[in-house]
Design a binder for this molecule. Structure first.
Ligand code: ADP
Length: 173
């Protein structure tokens, strides 16, 4: 059985198989949830990101793509870093946000992750409207579950405030 849950809190505290990082193209850290993940996860995550930049994405991670690293010191086995679209400059913000969720779910599934947590990708400094982002997140996860009914995944959508969790809950009804 697959399931979607919501929760309000700090994603770095969660015991999961995989947590998603709303990273940026550089993969070398930033503010918001990205900064929190690197601070709490320690240098092993940054080291793995540097290696991916050198070996796979010398020009940076394109919007909508995702990569996997160790969870470092976090209580999660792995971190899936995705580059969300910058709402006001990306050529296709909705399509690329959908791609982010899809790629992260595919990678989680390939790596055998069953408990996976997402922050609100692009809904911070990247300016994606929270209502539309929540709708895309829920629709994309549900579509993935329809295609992989045997995945046995529990996806937790992590809000950073009670108001943000209300928005997610609304779209789950
Ligand atoms: P982006 O650049 O993709 O917009 P941000 O990190 O600025 O990424 O914000 C993405 C979302 O993550 C926002 O809704 C923000 O409130 C939330 N957020 C920030 N820190 C944390 C955290 N430690 N745990 C969970 N969510 C967080």
């Amino acid at each position: 059985m697959n399931a979607i849950k919501t929760l309000t809190g700090d994603i770095t505290h969660l015991v999961m198989d995989a947590i998603v990082n709303a990273a940026n193209a550089s993969l070398l850290g930033g503010g918001g949830v990205d900064g929190a993940i690197h601070r709490a996860g320690g240098p092993a995550i940054l080291e793995a990101c540097r290696k991916i930049r050198q070996e796979v994405y010398p020009n940076g991670l394109p919007s909508g793509e995702a990569v996997v690293t160790t969870g470092g010191n976090l209580p999660t086995r792995m971190v899936i870093h995705t580059a969300g679209p910058i709402y006001h400059s990306d050529p296709d913000p909705a399509g690329n946000l959908q791609k982010c969720y899809r790629r992260c779910l595919e990678l989680a599934h390939q790596h055998g992750a069953r408990r996976i947590a997402f922050p609100g990708i692009s809904t911070g400094v990247y300016g994606f409207p929270k209502e539309e982002a929540a709708r895309i997140a829920v629709a994309t996860i549900r579509e993935f579950f329809t295609q992989f009914p045997e995945a046995g995944m529990t996806v937790t959508l992590v809000a950073f405030s009670a108001a943000d969790e209300q928005i997610l809950q609304h779209h789950l009804r």
